[in-house]
Design a protein around this ligand. Structure first.
Ligand code: BGC
Length: 735
């Protein structure tokens, strides 16, 4: 048996937690010597398109006008062409900052290293599907290792937006719908980027974003407004951020583009002042999202751009990302007394602290040799191959069609629009990943050592592809969506495969051959024809550089698809938002009113296509003998639930055991079910193990609107199962 252990973050040594005192004197000394313009310069992030030419960039850095530079050519670099990286130029810029600017404060280079820099890991949604925080940690660690070799000391990740709407294109970037799962992943990802000390040559500063609520965009439309109550903020949306800040020691936070209840995120004092800095004592950097300060005016929440800048600084945005309003207006706002000394001091010191934490005062330059050693190594490729498989979700496997035996000389028709695709497999934020170095699924199958003969055609015509089916013993139809349909500024009104793919699956399915549908997408897409015709359905996501090789590994059984849906899969877009942790409504759920025919929808059941937490293994598991340690505990005490898990199938396999809780007698209506623990366990055929989950204050308690912790005495219901449909069949009292 093998239970991956995720280190207790509190047991880690952490330079950010330990070294604050060491830098504060130097920060105070520097601050005391800075002019107003130099202070504002530190609060300004620029980008290369802002410079007319290289000379201008040196001049402005020398004058102390720029605190940080984002390595991007477009505001959404992941969807544009890969930005070129020029480490010699960055070193020249850094030399200018360190040697020629008056105070020698180094520049901080940032970039969106979301799921890989040169070796691309699976999209974070797929990482979340692994239900294994070590996956998020490993992806972040190898990203940091490669990105720092190109001089990037600050990533704008992890994205911790809770998202319950797969129409939103950015659903690829955070860790799904559940605050507990997202919090576990958040801490792991931050640690992957920062390590125990972000100053280490192969570590970097993390930035938890987007603070907060951006993932609740109305209608799944990117940038749209949200309406999130403080109760929901505290208990759902903020939880991964709290974990990232408190346990993960994330060095920075990014605001967001949206408006919540009339308040633009970059001017949100409740979030930035009261919560982040007030209650959580965060002393790191807060950076605005690209253009979001300027958009305070666009939203109509400031009379002009100057006032937008005033609101952002006042709320606690320390550094502005490329809007250029801080350099334009902060000096005059300060001189007019519209920005307090204390606010300016806190902001500038936060930026300096970030630079000390990144080790830039000691090691400002890029070691241009290291990049030749660490990029796209065989080891990194092997790692992302493993990570890709671990997040793949096997949604159906009739008659154990999968895995295929590589020794069987069967004829496999490998077809569909994804069979020859490369770029999309990398996912939207491809960093410096190269399409030319990415295998297509067809190439990966050709290279795979199997006795199967492959029937393939380069033709894009459906009739040519269908001609293969007739001759095949087994059909693998590779469908999905382009990375261009995912990521920032991409959303769907219709949650379905792109045009023509449903028809293709149907046409294949009509031949009645054993059919495996592999879906490479950035979101869980309901596939009507696959539901009707497929014998096996594998959601392989945009899994990065090694997606195709990992698909071959999984199909031929070298690896298992150990993923579980981190997001409820609706049947129709009309059911959205559909998530397992909904509050329990009245009427419809009262058994004695059943005959009155109350229903959620008249034309469709409310059940999802696949629930959160669902996914199959290549073997079968059974849970039995769930038992509580105690049926009554006192406040302050913990309870424990234990369950026996047995592999009742014929092969070894991995299962994700999940523990859910409900507090049905609370002062507030709490979710109908909440994930409070999960374990990924590998068992040999016939093997059993007992798994326990602790039910402590962290699991039972919750927050009121002001962030105060509550724990209501009375009944609690709990259950352990293999997905979120688990019944909460055990009860205990808290007295
Ligand atoms: C995105 C951020 C990203 C920033 C910089 C914005 O458009 O919302 O997530 O970090 O661009 O590329």
């Amino acid at each position: 048996m093998n239970i991956p252990t995720f280190p207790d973050p509190n047991s880690r040594k952490n330079a950010i937690a330990e070294n604050t005192w060491k830098w504060e004197k130097r920060i105070a000394d520097l601050y005391s010597r800075m002019t107003l313009e130099e202070k504002i310069g530190q609060m300004n992030m620029s980008w290369f398109p802002a410079f007319k030419n290289e000379e201008e960039s040196y001049r402005r850095v020398q004058q102390g006008e720029i605190g940080a530079i984002i390595l991007s050519d477009t505001p959404w670099p992941g969807n544009g062409d890969t930005s070129g990286v020029d480490v010699d130029y960055y070193n020249r810029l850094q030399q200018t900052a360190v040697k020629k600017s008056r105070l020698g404060i180094p520049l901080l280079f940032g970039r969106d290293i979301i799921h890989g820099h040169r070796t691309i890991a699976p999209i974070p949604l797929a990482q979340a599907a692994s239900f294994d925080p070590t996956v998020a940690e490993a992806a972040a660690e190898l990203s940091a290792q490669e990105a720092t070799a190109d001089g990037v000391k600050w990533t704008f990740a992890p994205m911790l937006d809770i998202c319950r709407d797969p129409r939103w294109g950015r659903v690829i970037e955070p860790f799904g719908e559940d605050p507990y799962l997202a919090s576990q992943m958040a801490v792991a990802a931050v640690h992957g980027y920062q390590g125990d000390d972000p100053a280490a040559p192969d570590r970097m500063l993390a930035c938890a974003k987007h603070f907060a609520g951006y993932g609740y965009a109305e209608g799944g439309r990117d940038y749209d407004a949200v309406e999130i109550s403080r109760f929901t903020l505290q208990n759902t949306v903020l939880r991964p951020f709290l974990a990232a800040v408190k346990e993960g020691k994330a060095a920075s936070i990014m605001t967001a583009f949206h408006v919540n209840g009339g308040v633009p995120a970059s001017a949100d004092e409740y979030l930035l002042k009261d919560t982040l800095r007030g209650v959580w004592n965060f002393d790191g950097m807060v950076v605005s999202d690209f253009g979001s300060v300027d958009e305070i005016e666009t939203h109509g929440a400031a009379p002009d751009a100057r006032d937008a800048a005033r609101r952002a600084v006042g709320a606690g945005v320390d550094m502005e990302m490329c809007d250029l309003l801080y350099p334009k207006y902060l000096a005059e706002l300060y001189r007019e007394g519209k920005i307090d000394d204390a606010v300016l001091e806190r902001a500038v010191k936060a930026v300096l602290r970030g630079k000390f934490r990144a080790g830039l005062f000691e090691n400002p330059y890029i070691d241009t040799e290291r990049r030749h050693q660490v990029m796209f190594t065989a080891e990194n490729r092997a790692t992302v191959r493993r990570l890709a498989a671990s997040g793949m979700v096997l949604a159906r496997n009739r008659n154990h069609l999968l895995p295929l035996d590589p020794k069987r000389p069967v004829k496999i028709a490998l077809m569909g629009p994804m069979a020859h695709e490369k770029r999309s497999l990398l996912g939207a934020w491809n960093g410096s990943g190269k399409t030319a170095e990415t295998l297509s699924i067809a190439e990966a199958f050709r290279q795979y050592p199997s006795q199967a003969s492959l029937l393939m055609t380069d033709s894009q015509l459906a009739d040519d592809q269908l001609a293969l089916v007739r001759r095949a013993d087994i059909v693998i139809c590779c469908v999905g969506e382009s990375q261009e349909r995912t990521g920032e500024s991409h959303a769907l009104a219709k949650l379905q495969l792109p045009a023509g793919q449903e028809e293709l699956i149907e046409a294949v399915g009509e031949w009645g051959k054993p059919l495996i549908v592999v879906c490479c997408s950035g979101r869980p897409l309901p596939m009507t024809s696959a539901e009707r015709y497929a014998d096996a359905i594998l959601y392989a996501w945009h899994g990065g550089t090694e997606t195709a090789a990992a698909i071959a590994d999984v199909i031929f059984g070298l690896r298992e698809p150990t993923g579980r849906f981190p997001l409820t899969v609706p049947r129709h877009a009309g059911q959205i938002p559909l998530y397992y942790g909904r509050k329990i409504p009245g009427k419809v759920t009262k058994p004695f009113l059943a005959e009155r025919n109350y229903s959620f929808y008249d034309d469709e059941p409310l059940t999802p296509l696949y629930p959160f937490g669902y996914g199959l293994s290549y073997t079968e598991f059974q849970l039995s003998s769930a038992r509580l340690k105690s049926t009554s505990i006192r406040r302050g005490e913990s309870n424990e639930i234990a369950v026996t898990c047995s592999n009742i199938g014929k092969r070894s396999g991995t299962v994700v055991i999940q523990c859910y809780l409900r507090d049905p007698r609370a002062a507030y209506a709490r979710p109908g079910k909440e994930l409070i623990g999960f374990r990924k366990v590998r068992l040999q055929a016939g093997e059993n193990t007992v798994v326990t989950f602790s039910i402590d204050e962290a699991a039972m308690g919750y927050y009121d609107e002001n962030g105060q912790r509550l724990l209501d005495p009375g009944l609690f219901q709990v259950g352990v199962g293999l997905d979120s449909t688990t019944s909460l069949c055990l009860e205990f009292q808290v007295c």
